[in-house]
Write a protein that binds this ligand. Structure first.
Ligand SMILES: [Ca+2]
Ligand SMILES: [Ca+2]
Ligand SMILES: [Cu+2]
Length: 364
């Protein structure tokens, strides 16, 4: 099933190659397109998980954060009204449409994705154990899994066979046992669930942004553009975000400089001063997932009152137009709140001026 619609979709993309408005509206696109979506949902499992593996480097890591420049800055985003979603949705099944006029009040937004160094401060202060550590596994892209670990994995995701559930993969060991984040302290923390993200934000005196706040912030004051800087993927031939170049999922040419995650400070910011809103790591937002939206004007929408999945925004280093054209402001996807993967992180926001001693607010 996934193959046939993917082929159809590829054909469509090929036929409409010059256009940025092609539609991939197969019913199945949620489970088939890509770099995140339902493929990486954690299966329902009861308690009695194996104890998390001990990480010998834990002590070192938790002290290493002091040597990294802080990336905990926030910036005030002036409220306003914008067009959320798309009139001509590109991935219809994701609920990118209809477009609607949405007002958001002024708020504060993290300038960067939460980095490993910033997350390490939280863990060192609280002893927090992430859900990937409690469950004992998380999803990693096969190409990034060391061969000796890949040999031991028999279970893959049928709709997205490039995702491998790796035992012992967590935020400190992103590719499983033996891997570490020593050289990636300035990269986004990944393998964090929605619940983990909420716990971090609460500790930092912040909260997760709503989808409306996130999308408004990502657009940087530009109306109806595909990307935070406009409609041109690579203005003046310059890469503006960390996605996948080459052939997904077999060959990553990394023309943008990065095979996996990149520093949260990489690439120029958008007009609101925000970095890596699209690409690099997917970012959890606070809303429950729905693909049905009220079309009329909305004020500070917060999404459905209940649901099963939480929304994530912005796409990741694994997004390629052929499989997962979700590195756009209006694009969206979802996972269950206990799910985690090697391309899923977050940033925080605040409706009020943060008073937490650890928050730095940039003047704009
Ligand atoms: Ca890349
Ligand atoms: Ca991002
Ligand atoms: Cu993607």
């Amino acid at each position: 099933m996934w193959k046939s619609w993917t082929l159809a979709c590829l054909l469509l993309l090929h036929l409409a190659n010059a256009s940025e408005t092609e539609q991939c509206n197969a019913e199945d696109s949620k489970s088939s397109c890509g770099c995140g979506d339902g493929a990486t949902n954690r299966e329902r499992r009861d308690a009695e998980q194996p104890p998390p593996p001990q990480n010998d480097q834990k002590a070192d890591l938790l002290h290493d954060f002091d040597s990294y420049p802080r990336t905990n800055q926030m910036i005030r985003i002036e409220g306003g009204t914008f067009t959320m979603g798309l009139d001509k949705p590109i991935i219809v099944a994701d609920g990118e449409g209809p477009s609607r006029r949405v007002r958001v009040d002024s708020f504060y937004m993290d300038v960067h994705e939460v980095s490993n160094a910033e997350f390490a401060r939280f863990v060192a202060d609280t002893g927090y154990v992430t859900e990937a550590e409690k469950f004992g596994d998380s999803f990693v892209l096969d190409a990034l899994v060391p061969a000796e670990i890949e040999k031991t994995i028999t279970q893959a995701v049928a709709a997205a066979p490039w995702w491998l559930p790796v035992k012992g993969a967590d935020w400190k060991s992103p590719e499983g046992p033996g891997s570490n984040i020593g050289a990636r302290m300035d990269n986004p923390v990944v393998h964090v669930s929605w619940n983990d993200a909420v716990a971090y934000c609460a500790w930092a005196g912040k909260e997760l942004p709503t989808e409306a706040q996130w999308e408004y912030a990502s657009r940087g004051g530009l109306d109806n553009r595909l990307f935070p800087w406009g409609n041109n993927l690579t203005p003046n031939g310059q890469h503006r975000m960390n996605i996948w170049q080459g052939t997904f999922p077999t060959e990553n040419s990394a023309e943008d400089g990065y095979v996996s995650t990149c520093p949260v400070t990489a690439f120029p910011p958008n007009k609101y001063g925000l970095y890596n809103m699209v690409g690099n790591a997917w970012e959890w937002v606070s809303d429950w997932w729905t693909i049905r939206h009220a079309g009329e004007d909305q004020v500070n929408p917060t999404g459905p009152l209940s649901g099963q999945d939480r929304v994530k925004k912005g796409g990741s280093y694994m997004c390629h137009k052929s499989y997962c054209y979700r590195y756009r402001c209006a694009a969206r996807s979802s996972n269950t709140p206990d799910s985690s993967a090697a391309n899923l992180g977050f940033r925080c926001s605040s409706r009020t001026r943060p008073t937490h001693k650890d928050v730095v607010i940039l003047e704009n």
